[in-house]
Design a protein around this ligand. Structure first.
Ligand code: SAM
Length: 198
């Protein structure tokens, strides 16, 4: 059975189908519609920084964490080229040192759904909740299991998995079926899930 490449291998071999080099339109819409004022934000699993850099341009105080150093190096270069300040750090969300700083807002595009078991998914929800201030917001873009596909694509969760996993620690403010802002055709279906810490 062929084994799946690790994220590190994917970045080294440039097999990164999620990469667009632009902000995801769902994040832009969310910021515009919610009128969320600039605040501290974590881009969890930030990749090469596209979303964090856009947020920094809007005045947000951005931290971006990814455990692949190649992605972080590229994110730093992109931020420098864009003339914005972001704190991009090589960090494993599952191996955080104690006493982390807290955030007002956490965004993840395609990290939550990477968790491989219900145990890991549940732990991820706990980690995100722990990193947020009371009343903090989490916006997650998640592969949608309603999409039947034959080839490769992002991992997928059902709506009931998303709600069952997140509701113990978060109020779900909206859960919308949509599509990743992607260069792939057709773009993979996703869930846009907006949550507030209980
Ligand atoms: C599907 S990619 C999305 C990247 C980026 N959010 C984007 O939209 O371009 C998922 C990202 O999560 C990162 N990642 C996966 N597990 C991680 C972990 N435990 N800690 C930090 N980053 C992780 C991967 O290296 C990868 O960059």
């Amino acid at each position: 059975m062929p084994s799946h490449p690790t994220f590190q291998e994917r970045y080294e071999q440039e097999i990164t189908p999620w990469e667009t080099h632009r902000v995801d339109r769902a994040l832009v819409q969310f910021i515009k519609q919610s009128k969320l004022a600039p605040c501290t934000v974590l881009d969890a699993g930030c990749g090469t920084g596209n979303n964090g850099i856009w947020l920094a341009k809007q005045g947000f105080d951005v931290t971006g964490w990814d455990f692949v150093i190649k992605a972080i190096v590229e994110a730093k270069t992109k931020a420098e080229q864009a003339g914005v300040t972001c704190l991009f750090e090589q960090t494993d969300l599952f191996n955080l040192p104690p006493n982390q700083k807290l955030f007002d807002f956490i965004f993840d595009r395609g990290l939550f759904h990477c968790c491989k078991s219900s145990n890991q998914l549940g732990n991820f929800v706990k980690i995100i909740a722990k990193l947020l201030h009371p009343n903090g917001l989490w916006l997650s873009l998640i592969g949608n299991a309603d999409e039947i596909r034959s080839g490769d694509g992002p991992p997928q969760l059902t709506a009931s998995q998303v709600t069952r996993l997140t509701e113990p620690l978060f109020y779900i403010e909206s859960l919308t079926a949509s599509f990743f802002d992607s260069d792939q055709q057709p773009p993979p279906k996703n869930w846009i899930c907006q949550m507030r810490k209980r």
